[in-house]
Design a protein around this ligand. Structure first.
Ligand SMILES: Cc1cc2nc3c(=O)[nH]c(=O)nc-3n(C[C@H](O)[C@H](O)[C@H](O)COP(=O)(O)O)c2cc1C
Length: 154
């Protein structure tokens, strides 16, 4: 099974932002994918163990932010610490840009804000399906990808 997973990498890493009861959070996620063009739907597969899971579920929205290859350190912080016990925006040096319902990340090359339209329980993860309500493109550059053994840029 592990060998099969390795075959699927490298995979683009995103930073998923969320907001609930006035608190903001951000986590790294590689299991992010487009689902439909019309309407524009995107999915993110989130383990219920993540603090972000509850934030997205309760807040009904999430942001998909695309980090560039220069953001490896910030992505590592967002993918290894939990928003339960850390302000990851502060620790990772990320600047919030206001979206309609969730914060977006100014340092990222692009952001897609999504409103949750459905949730699919899928094994040990839940797929949140979101409809894009705002798209911001800031700059071109190399994206950051998770390889089976770390990060690579493409
Ligand atoms: C490169 C990378 C990709 C990740 N992809 C996912 C993912 O797609 N889904 C998921 O549930 N967790 C994923 N994680 C794990 C979460 O980012 C990690 O558990 C994080 O600490 C959760 O933060 P939170 O508790 O503040 O939500 C990934 C971690 C890394 C480093």
């Amino acid at each position: 099974m592990e060998r099969l997973y390795r075959m699927l990498y490298p995979m683009r890493v995103c930073l998923i932002t969320s907001r609930h009861e006035g608190k903001d959070n951000v986590m790294a996620a590689s299991w992010v994918f487009p689902i439909s063009m019309d309407p524009p739907l995107f999915g993110v597969s989130v383990s219920p163990k993540r603090h972000s899971y509850r934030m997205i579920k309760e807040g009904n929205a999430f942001g998909i932010n695309l980090p560039g290859s220069d953001m490896e350190k910030a992505v590592t912080i967002c993918g290894t610490k939990s928003g339960r016990d850390a302000d990851k925006f502060l620790e990772a040096g990320l600047t919030k840009e206001e979206g309609a319902r969730v914060p977006l990340i100014r340092e990222c090359m692009a952001s897609i804000e999504c409103e949750v339209v459905s949730e699919i329980e899928a094994g040990d993860h839940t797929v949140f399906v979101g409809k894009a309500v705002k798209i911001v493109k800031r700059k071109e550059g190399e994206g950051l990808y998770q390889s089976a053994d770390g990060f690579v840029s493409v």
